[in-house]
Design a protein around this ligand. Structure first.
Ligand code: GDP
Ligand code: MG
Length: 176
């Protein structure tokens, strides 16, 4: 059986400090740090995933500084996108509507359709801060985007790999 190799550009979008860089780092290097390192402009990392089916996918993960002033970079940032992850912070309710703006901005800028996964990150903090978002509202948004909502923790690693794998499967489906 011949090996099928895909290369996918995946963008990770959402407001500042929701854990975009941390999720990528957890997925690629299986590491986490609580020290906040501001992402300036755009950052990249890549990781290959092998599927038992003889398929493998190389993801280039594009991480944009969530600050609005970097929105000017977005055209080149979005170019050639195959899939997206929209991230908000489960401990800060206002990050959900900001994440929605980033996703709709990407939809408006990118001419082709692409799969997206919605992530509520920092699930490890729920035990301390409680549930500050309306999960039904998040699920409704995910349904509108024909996708799923996953709660992750870049700190503990919970559901991180699952989220990236789910997106990868959807990107593969999109090209077959
Ligand atoms: P970005 O601006 O969206 O790239 O966010 P960062 O990845 O830089 O993370 C912002 C801050 O939140 C950092 O101090 C991280 O250590 C912290 N952080 C990220 N993910 C998690 C998580 O899942 N749980 C907790 N408790 N903190 C997190
Ligand atoms: Mg960052």
């Amino acid at each position: 059986m011949s090996q099928q190799i895909y290369t996918f550009k995946t963008i990770v979008v959402g407001p500042a400090a929701v854990g975009k860089s941390s999720l990528i780092r957890r997925f690629v290097e299986n590491k986490f740090s609580l020290n906040y390192k501001f992402t300036i402009g755009v950052d990249f990392m890549s990781k290959s995933i092998d599927f038992e089916t003889g398929k493998s996918a190389k993801l280039t993960l594009w991480d944009i500084g969530g600050q609005d002033r970097f929105k000017v970079l977005r055209r080149s940032f979005y170019e050639g996108t195959n899939g997206a992850i929209g991230v908000f912070d489960l401990s800060r309710a206002q990050t959900f509507s900001k994440m929605k703006e980033w996703v709709s901005d990407a939809r408006q800028t990118i001419e082709t359709d692409f799969p997206v996964i919605i992530i509520g990150n920092k699930s490890d903090l729920i035990a301390d801060v409680g549930v500050v978002i309306d999960r039904n509202e998040v699920k409704q948004f995910a349904e509108k985007e024909k996708t799923i909502y996953i709660e992750t923790s870049a700190k503990t690693g919970d559901n991180v790999e699952e989220a990236f794998l789910e997106l990868t499967k959807r990107m593969i489906k999109e090209c077959s």
